[in-house]
Design a protein around this ligand. Structure first.
Ligand code: ZN
Length: 241
């Protein structure tokens, strides 16, 4: 069974700013979906805030094994009932990969139960990402550290609950550090937060950023075998009295 991936963005290509299109001519949904090109184990669709029900209908979410999220300025425009719907699907087993500025999305805040705020500046800092858990499936094939030529600085404190696993730490040439790759579980769902991916910088072309996102899609994907457990709550006695 292929892994059904839905990649969500707050902008359609038409709405995407010129300075973003200079770096990513197909927009963020375009560059993110191109990472899966030629990979037969995944089936990819894209969705956008501009679509009916923000592109996140019950039907689409039920058919999604892992949802990849990129949002920045329009978090407030996502209707609360859609955020609640996405949260409910995660609790029932849908995987979620929250990229970069998605940290302040309604969906992430609901799932974390905190504000998910952080310190930031845009100064095109070089970033060096250090892998903390090299044996984790998401970090498979990633060197001990790698560099991004320029990123938006995201610094501590990142207002999240302690992650289940801290997979990487980012260091910026301006002096800050950040928990750049974190995993969480909520209900039956697996969640991965990953910091790189500012819209006017080239991080999504980096081979290791791409590999981490692909690895994470496999790691977080819904386990369909659990569906039976999810749909039966009556428990007959296991022992005779
Ligand atoms: Zn950004």
């Amino acid at each position: 069974m292929p892994i059904h991936v839905t990649i969500w963005n707050e902008d359609s290509l038409q709405e995407t700013h010129e300075n973003v299109l200079k770096v990513y001519p197909q927009g963020l949904n375009g560059v993110l979906s191109s990472m899966f090109d030629g990979k037969e184990e995944y089936r990819v669709r894209t969705a956008c805030l501009c679509e009916e029900e923000a592109g996140l209908t019950e039907e689409i979410l039920s058919d999604t094994d892992v949802l990849i999220w990129w949002g920045h300025c329009k978090h407030w425009m996502l209707p609360d009932e859609i955020a609640a719907r996405v949260q409910a699907h995660v609790l029932r087993g849908m995987g979620l990969i929250m990229l970069h500025s998605g940290h302040e999305s309604k969906v992430f805040q609901r799932l974390m139960g905190t504000q998910c705020s952080l310190r930031w500046h845009e100064n095109n800092d070089k970033e060096r990402i250090f892998v903390i858990e090299p044996h984790h499936p998401i970090m498979r094939g990633i060197p001990a550290w790698f560099e991004l030529e320029a990123e938006e600085m995201y610094g501590e404190r990142f207002d999240i609950p302690a992650p289940d696993e801290l997979l990487a730490i980012g260091w910026y040439e301006s002096g800050d550090v950040f928990r750049s790759a974190c995993t969480f579980s909520r209900g039956y769902g697996k969640i991965f937060y990953f910091q790189p991916g500012h819209e006017t910088l080239r991080s999504f072309y980096n081979e290791y950023v791409q590999k981490i996102i692909l690895n994470a899609a496999r790691w977080a994907a819904r386990n369909r075998e659990l569906d039976r457990e999810l749909h039966s709550d009556f428990a007959p006695p296991l022992e005779e009295k």
